[in-house]
Design a protein around this ligand. Structure first.
Ligand code: MG
Length: 163
């Protein structure tokens, strides 16, 4: 089937502590909540996991190596811009993102109303159709730091196509 080919696969994960503040940035979307993701950048675990999955698939260094959190330049940085830069890099290597599949882990807030906006946002950043983006939201059934509402995490898988 034309367009169905995948040449490379990558995986990425990320987790951040939650701290008092607002909003909670996930998948490029600002979610109204009384906690926000603590981080050097905007702490967007979804985009960070997606970026690492893309980098892994393309054979590029990981997000921490490309955008070090010791670099003041990335303080408070918008992760949507990091993703745009990574997309530019893989485009230069002759790759396009074929699909993205994401599992977001957060005990609170309830993420189901935000899955569609996250999908649209990620699709827009990647320049691909929203139906090539999968977003699943899971709680952690009260277990560990995620379950206690102290952290959020994400796992992402990305398929790349050589153009
Ligand atoms: Mg991160």
């Amino acid at each position: 089937m034309p367009g169905a080919r995948i040449d490379r696969i990558g995986i990425g994960t990320d987790s951040h502590r939650l701290e008092v503040g607002s909003p909670l940035r996930l998948g490029g979307i600002d979610i109204p909540f009384d906690r926000r993701s603590a981080g050097h950048s905007d702490g967007d675990v979804v985009l960070h996991a997606v970026i690492d999955a893309i980098c892994g698939a393309a054979g590029l260094p990981d997000i921490g190596e490309q955008f070090p959190d010791t670099d003041p330049k990335f303080k408070g940085y918008d992760s949507r811009d990091l993703l745009r830069q990574v997309v530019e890099r893989i485009t230069g290597l002759g790759y396009t993102v074929a699909n993205v599949d994401v599992v977001v882990q957060a005990e609170r807030p309830r993420l189901s109303p935000f899955k569609a906006p996250m999908r649209e946002c990620i699709a827009g950043l990647l320049g691909i159709s929203a139906n090539a983006i999968g977003i699943k939201a899971k709680t952690n059934e009260g277990l560990d730091a995620i379950g206690r509402g102290e952290a959020v995490a994400c796992i992402a898988v990305v398929g790349l196509r050589k153009t």
